[in-house]
Design a protein around this ligand. Structure first.
Ligand SMILES: Nc1ncnc2c1ncn2[C@@H]1O[C@H](COP(=O)(O)OP(=O)(O)OP(=O)(O)O)[C@@H](O)[C@H]1O
Ligand SMILES: [Mg+2]
Length: 338
């Protein structure tokens, strides 16, 4: 097969959104929702056999809706969720424009923990969709894409998980990586409970709460009072949720700091100072206001360091996967056949 018949792709398979970067220049992102119309009426309304992303979320009353990667793992023992992952991958690769007769080499980034437990599921989902596969941890893909390969720590704060990876100039091992379930979804759940407790009459959904957090979330000092519009009873009302927002957003800080310091303490003492100067926040959660500053403050206790956020949290992971795909020698790929 000639070289031009190969499409290399990097895929970031995320709990909340999944992105693809392809060697033909294509870049696409889809919210990780997959829905099947529930009955004949729904099929007639949505006019499709399967719906993805935002469109699926917006049509959710008519759909059997799946967010197949909750907590960063393919939900096990759920055939529908496995099918949803497969359809999502197929959809992404289709968007990237892989035509017939093109061999697809896919590097798929997943949470570090998922590497241990759901490799089989992922392999099954990719089979028939791609020809060759490499599964890597998400933070490693981010590191590779930034060429931050030596003396760096990546903290990828997603929806389902926060993934840590220390780069020592080689493929990271299990001991260099960690996964926490303190991430975006966790904040949303906390915020939901806190606001519900304070305003039991107010009506809102988890989707609304997530939108509040993305627009107004912060840690540390409040940049401004946080107010939101909701329906209380039958009426529109404005609520001040500054304290609840702070508490919910800060609920992920202590576990993240603790894990960061623990991983740091395991780095060869000769290189610890270098790693502290190179802490990189990635993923959607890295956009939380004030987060780099509070994590940097925690580093002061152990000699000081520097924390920065990536510039493009949407495509950083898939771009990194593509970079790996383009560099990887044949023996690093798993040929799926069939
Ligand atoms: N401006 C923002 N401030 C705070 N959080 C945000 C912001 N923008 C997005 N997020 C949150 O980031 C998370 C999504 O990030 P990302 O796309 O990296 O996750 P993912 O890759 O889908 O999830 P995972 O890596 O856990 O599988 C969501 O929880 C989202 O609400
Ligand atoms: Mg992610």
């Amino acid at each position: 097969m000639s070289k031009k018949d190969v499409l290399n792709v990097g895929i970031d398979l995320g709990t909340s959104r999944s992105s693809i970067s392809a060697s033909n220049g294509a870049r696409h992102v889809v919210e990780s929702y997959v829905g099947w119309p529930v009955d004949m009426v729904a099929r007639k309304v949505v006019k499709k056999a399967i719906v993805f992303g935002r469109e699926a979320l917006e049509n959710r009353p008519m759909l059997d809706l799946h967010r197949p990667l909750e907590r960063g793992l393919i939900k096990e023992g759920s055939p529908k969720d496995e099918a949803a992952v497969r359809e999502l991958l197929k959809h992404l690769i289709g968007l990237a424009g892989a035509g017939d007769g093109v061999k697809v080499n896919a590097v798929v980034g997943v949470p570090a923990e998922a590497l241990r437990v759901s490799r089989q599921h992922l392999r099954a989902a990719v089979k028939g969709v791609a020809d060759a596969l490499m599964i890597v941890s998400e933070p490693f893909a981010v590191a590779y894409g930034m060429e931050a390969l030596l003396h760096t720590m990546i903290i990828d704060i997603g929806a389902g998980t926060t993934d840590f990876c220390v780069m020592n100039g080689r493929y990271p091992g299990e001991e260099d990586q960690r996964t926490l379930t303190h991430a975006g979804d966790f904040i949303d759940e906390q915020l939901m409970v806190l606001v519900k407790n304070k305003h039991p009459e107010a009506r809102f959904t988890i989707h609304t709460v997530r939108e509040w957090k993305e627009r107004l979330g912060f840690v540390g000092d409040a940049p401004a009072p946080v107010t939101v519009n909701v329906t209380v009873g039958q009426r529109p009302a404005q609520l001040d949720i500054t304290a609840e927002m702070k508490r919910a957003c800060e609920s992920i800080v202590a576990p993240i700091v603790e894990t960061m310091l623990d991983l740091l303490s395991r780095v060869d003492p000769d290189y610890q100072a270098a790693v502290r100067q190179n802490v990189i926040l990635a993923g959607g959660g890295s956009a939380l206001k004030g987060l780099p500053a509070v994590i940097e403050k925690a580093l002061n206790e152990v000699g000081g360091g520097r924390v920065r956020s990536v510039e493009d949290p949407v495509y950083q992971g898939s771009n990194g996967g593509l970079a790996i795909a383009l560099d990887a020698p044949a023996e690093d790929w798993e040929q799926l056949g069939g």
